[in-house]
Design a protein around this ligand. Sequence first.
Ligand SMILES: C[S@@+](CC[C@H](N)C(=O)[O-])C[C@H]1O[C@@H](n2cnc3c(N)ncnc32)[C@H](O)[C@@H]1O
Length: 405
Amino acid sequence: MSNSNTSNRKNTLLWQQRFLGLIGPLFYYSLGNLFGFILCLTWFQQQPLNNNDLSWKMSFIPQQGVNFNKKFSQDINAHDRREVASSSSEFIYNNEPTSQKLERINKDHSFLSDEQQDFFRIANATKTDKVSGIIGLEKCLKNDTLCSKPSCVNPRCRPWGHFYQTLYQSRLGHLSTNTTEEFQMLEIGFFSGYGFETYSKFFPRAELHSMEISCSGKWPYPNFAALNRKYYRMLRDSNHLHCGDASDANWLAKIYHTHMMARQRKDDDPPPPLKLVIDDGSHFARDMVKTFFFWFPRLEPGGFLVIEDIQPILEANKFRTQFLPQLMSDLHFCGDPKQRNDDEPCFPLLQKLLHSIHCEMHICIFQRNNEPAIPNLPLDASIPPRHALSLNGCKSLRESFGLGL
Ligand SMILES: C[S@@+](CC[C@H](N)C(=O)[O-])C[C@H]1O[C@@H](n2cnc3c(N)ncnc32)[C@H](O)[C@@H]1O
């Protein structure tokens, strides 16, 4: 077949794909049906290559990706390759069978003590994407065409899979033992329960709650949660899976007071303290900050808030670029007039409660200090201020940038 024929065929396919992708959302929102959902997936398959090349990469035409990845492979030298391997998993460039490599990475976890559960092993056995980067990166480095984001410049970012096992193990491993005190935790974004299953095994002493917008079966949302036959009905009936919008502070307050803190347990013991909240929900920056302002003050002293998927994707960008710098500034706030007499916290309430920020690729964990939980924080103080996603709105940052300090 001639080159021009091939390229005409590709163009026709490309336009057909675009057309289907565009009408997908219309079907989806008007009928909420499976057909529309499949067409939406067609739409999501289309990704821009990079800022300079706004042509659409079609994932079913691998040719573009191959060329790009060949170039990429030549560009990174042996040192970079070792770095890539060690930043994700140290077993990528040898010929061991995969099962042995996986065994070895578990042993390599210096954080993993005998009493702790093994996050990687547990997560890898479910379908959660929390450790998908390990398997994905291994495949990608062996075969360029299998990289999912060929346009990324930083190899540590490739492919777009996550490497959450190091953060979970090192920061939350102590909560995974059989002897830790009982506690409550909340996951935002149940989907089909893969993460929930991981947590239920990794945190044997946790009373788990999860929130999901797509689990009531009500229009216009499909019911992803019902796909999980093992948990869905049991969790809904026992008020541990809560179907609703986790960005709605009124609804959050209702669930928190009715089903998490105020309910009586069979043995009449008070409910265990809320020590952990994990946001794996919409990944929109505006929702991430809502999670922060509602849940962080309500965590017990020493508790943790995890926000996943903060990598450079359009919907999440402002969390990383606008919110995090303000919080980082608050973490280091001194208010020393001898240094600056105009220094003030960006978020006065959060600043008083924040002990630490720890981030790894795609994920951050924030720890509470020893200030007591604030269960009855008024709702107007539980929502983000206007400048949460605009660091120019924080006086301290705006002025230090303006002065070029
Ligand atoms: C990335 S998936 C969660 C994956 C799951 N945690 C796992 O590990 O398998 C995100 C889920 O969040 C849900 N979601 C999105 N926006 C939400 C919101 N405002 N409130 C509650 N759930 C939401 C979506 O319907 C989707 O099921």
